[in-house]
Ligand binder design. Structure first.
Ligand SMILES: [Cu+2]
Length: 115
């Protein structure tokens, strides 16, 4: 027989289960895909050397009012010309050291260290 108490208990258990499922999903998503930002400002990558765990997505944002291109030294990745406030993202799956530069201003260099 259903009485008010049983119904309330069932609803409470359901809400708790939902909350736990939603929470664990969010936590797993954050752990699996860390995201890190690099600012391109005043012809400098900031930070110039960035250390991240494997499977990190790194996003460059151009804060200068001239275009820049993010190009890896070994040709692994290369952005289009980034105008002001444009973004470019690359996911680093394998550990290693990745040197890159701006193909328009080759004196601009940076490094991603993937652990
Ligand atoms: Cu540049």
């Amino acid at each position: 027989m259903l009485n008010t108490r049983t119904v309330l208990f069932a609803l409470g258990s359901l809400a708790l289960t939902l909350a736990l499922v939603l929470h664990s999903r969010t936590a797993t998503g954050q752990a699996a895909q860390p995201t890190t930002e690099i600012k391109v400002d005043n012809f400098t990558f900031s930070p110039e050397t960035l250390t991240v765990p494997a499977n990190s997505t790194v996003t460059w944002t151009n804060k200068d009012d001239v275009p820049h291109v993010i190009a890896s030294t070994d040709g692994l990745f290369r952005s289009k010309g980034l105008d002001t406030d444009d973004h470019y993202s690359f996911k680093f799956t394998k550990p290693g050291t990745y040197n890159y530069f701006c193909s328009i201003h080759p004196k601009m260099t940076g490094k991603i260290v993937v652990q």
